[in-house]
Design a protein around this ligand. Structure first.
Ligand SMILES: O=C(O)CCC(=O)C(=O)O
Ligand SMILES: [Fe+2]
Length: 338
């Protein structure tokens, strides 16, 4: 069978390989939608108040949405359309980018990078590429749909600017020097797009594994088809879509650098019976050499909750057998036992 689900047509039932065992299925289709997820307006509040709202959200919810964030609505719309069109391109064109090698700077794959060995497949295609420095990577990007490189480079620049603005708010709120999260700690800049075709029975399968983001910080643009859920107080709840908003998710490394003050939310994606769903994620993460540890300014006055480690060291534990991408289990491994 075709690996990429975006090449499938007339899907009438969920193929066996996509049917999860009962205990891992989403089961019921109606999930409570949470309207308590902090919604922060970046334009109509005092800057100090916005910083407080961001810090509170990172500490209490670990996920928040921003509006009036400065990324132009037309650009968001154009980029989303670009990706909807990209996934509709002929299979021969997309095949040029197919790879399960995570070191490849531009690639499309389906389910997870472990497609060949995994027991069950997730109902998604993913297209990921590196974005910074732009001159280094732009040639590896697709040249279709027309204007792809033009639109997506503008989008990467604008969303990157916003992420650094948020990181500087976090610096201010935590009492770290401005620019603390610039350089090696956020050197890896990826754009990662999920695409799910309509699924005949969403109760049987998942669009993305249960996970916490392993990077520093994530920005997510949703479309109007729901699917993202976070685990809150032991319950899965749907994240409602606010038009023109962007979602911010603190990654595991930000939790470590905040010396365990922040929450990195556990989340997953469920599929939709009638409509295709596309989301655009922008991920900043450390370089392979950077030593990740609680911020120096924080551990002058309080004990460090984690020992220092590199990103490759982290992934060895995170992807290791029993941990199954579980942030808590992985972090226990690096936790300093005072
Ligand atoms: O597609 C979504 O809504 C979530 C994506 C996500 O969690 C991720 O790419 O890490
Ligand atoms: Fe995620």
């Amino acid at each position: 069978m075709e690996i990429l689900i975006s090449n499938w047509s007339n899907v009438e039932c969920v193929p066996k390989k996509y049917i999860f065992p009962p205990e891992r299925r989403p089961g019921k289709l109606e999930f409570p939608v949470c309207h308590d997820i902090p919604l922060i307006d970046f334009a109509h509040n005092h800057p100090d108040e916005i910083v407080q709202q961001v810090i509170r959200a990172c500490q209490e919810f670990g996920i928040f949405q921003v509006i009036n964030h400065g990324v132009c609505e037309n650009l968001m719309y154009a980029t989303m359309n670009m990706y909807k069109e990209f996934f509709k391109l002929p299979s021969e064109y997309k095949a040029k980018f197919y790879s399960n090698d995570i070191n490849k700077s531009c690639r499309i794959y389906s389910s997870t990078f472990a497609y060949d060995t995994e027991e069950f497949h997730y109902w998604r295609d993913n297209f990921t590429h590196r974005c910074h420095p732009l001159e280094e990577y732009i040639q590896s990007w697709p040249d279709k749909p027309p204007k792809y490189r033009e639109v997506v480079s503008e989008y990467s620049r604008e969303t990157r600017k916003l992420l650094y603005k948020i990181l500087d708010m976090i610096c201010k709120g935590l009492g770290l020097e401005k620019g603390y999260f610039e350089g090696e700690v956020s050197k890896t800049h990826l754009l990662s797009v999920n695409h799910h075709i309509p699924c005949p029975n969403p109760s049987l399968t998942l669009g993305m594994p249960v996970h916490s983001d392993p990077n520093l910080i994530t920005l997510l643009q949703q479309c109007d088809v729901p699917g993202l859920q976070i685990l809150k107080d032991g319950q899965w709840i749907g994240v409602h879509h606010v038009p023109h908003s962007l979602i911010v998710i603190p990654g595991i490394q930000l939790k470590v650098m905040s010396n365990d003050k922040f929450i990195t939310p556990v989340h997953r994606v469920v599929t939709h019976r009638l409509e295709a769903r596309t989301t655009i994620g922008v991920f900043l993460g450390p370089s392979l050499e950077f030593l990740i540890k609680p911020a120096t300014a924080l551990v002058r006055t309080e004990p460090a909750e984690f020992r220092a480690f590199t990103y490759p060291e982290f992934f060895k534990v995170f992807n290791g057998g029993a941990n199954k991408s579980d942030a808590q289990l992985t972090l226990n491994h690096f936790r300093d036992k005072h």
